[in-house]
Design a protein around this ligand. Structure first.
Ligand SMILES: NC(=O)CCC(=O)C(=O)O
Length: 318
């Protein structure tokens, strides 16, 4: 069944005062030792800032191994600053270097519940936004990976768009990237960029790679992994910058991390990426590329809202 639902009017794109700047993606190795994770994050943010990054993104679960065995143990209550060393570290790093930080994600304890949460800090060190992962990652692939984030976390239910000195940023966490509706919403609200801290794994990456190949999408650069696949298409569909930041492969746990933190342009072109090792990717963003891409291919004017508004498949699937 197709349900026509009206969608908010598009916010016209406005370029921020600073529309050309460097972004740093800190691909961190995550260990069992929380203090070590904090030190790695602090050092990597410094390296990115010293290379001129004005916006720094951290990985999903940068302070905690990505496992249900550890989320509760490593969780912090961000409202209790004295008991939240990870929150304080990000806030201090942002003000010390005078940069904006999209602080990856951390297990958050709030009112007895646990969330997978990303905190965004401004250059004054103040919290600007908090995104709780909306789409929890539950998967069960026979003979391969079986993992249920929802065994530990409660899903957030709010999209997050944050106005920063480095533009209007939409935030999603890893599995949130599989949902084009969220990215479209951010684009509709005038975001310049979407940041997805993520911890994509090798298993679902390879699975999707095969599926996409079978579907005859033959541009290998686009289909290397699910992470790249989604990142390119979220960027190209919405003519927006998309940044991802992952832990490195050698991180602790059964969960084999893909890595490859990347920046993709509004055209879908890869601007910068990493391998799977611990590293800092620094790359330049020029938001005028959004205007150019939308001028060259005016998707918004071409969109046929009279043919489709919103497709609800919930009743077609169990
Ligand atoms: N941490 C995650 O949300 C993993 C998502 C993932 O690997 C996927 O394939 O989706």
């Amino acid at each position: 069944m197709v349900v026509n639902t009206s969608f908010d009017a598009l916010s016209p794109l406005k370029l921020p005062t600073i529309s050309k700047f460097k972004i740093g993606l800190c691909q961190l190795s995550v260990a069992l030792d929380k203090n070590q994770n904090l030190m790695h994050a602090k050092n990597s943010i410094k390296v990115a800032a010293e290379q001129g990054a004005k916006l720094v993104v951290l990985p999903e679960m940068w302070n905690c191994p990505y496992s249900n065995d550890y989320f509760a143990k490593y969780a912090e209550d961000f409202d209790d600053k004295d008991a939240s060393p990870s929150f304080s570290l990000l806030s201090e790093a942002a003000s010390c270097h005078g940069i904006t930080i999209v602080g990856g994600s951390m297990p958050e304890r709030n009112n007895g519940q646990l969330y997978n949460t990303c905190c965004v800090f401004g250059p004054d060190g103040k919290l600007k936004a908090k995104h709780r992962k909306i789409h929890l990652f539950d998967t069960d692939i026979q003979g391969d990976i079986s993992f249920k984030e929802s065994d530990t976390f409660i899903a957030g239910d709010e999209p997050t768009i944050v106005e920063t000195e480095m533009g209007r940023i939409g935030v999603g966490i890893c599995h949130d990237m599989r949902f084009p509706e969220l990215a479209l919403l951010y684009r509709a609200k005038g975001a310049h960029m979407i940041c997805y801290p993520g911890a994509f794994n090798m298993s679902t990456g390879e699975l999707l790679w095969e599926l996409v190949q079978r579907a005859s999408l033959d541009n290998a650069a686009l289909v290397l992994t699910c992470h790249f696949y989604f990142q390119h298409f979220r960027a190209a569909d919405n003519q927006i910058f998309v940044a991802t930041c992952s832990p490195s492969r050698d991180s602790t746990g059964f969960y084999k991390i893909w890595g490859h933190s990347s920046l993709v342009a509004p055209s879908g072109e890869m601007i910068a990426t990493s391998g799977c090792e611990e590293t800092v990717v620094v790359a330049e963003i020029d938001y005028s590329a959004i205007e150019l891409q939308r001028h060259n291919i005016p998707l918004e004017r071409q969109r046929r809202r009279d043919v489709y508004e919103f497709i609800d498949i919930s009743e077609a699937e169990p």
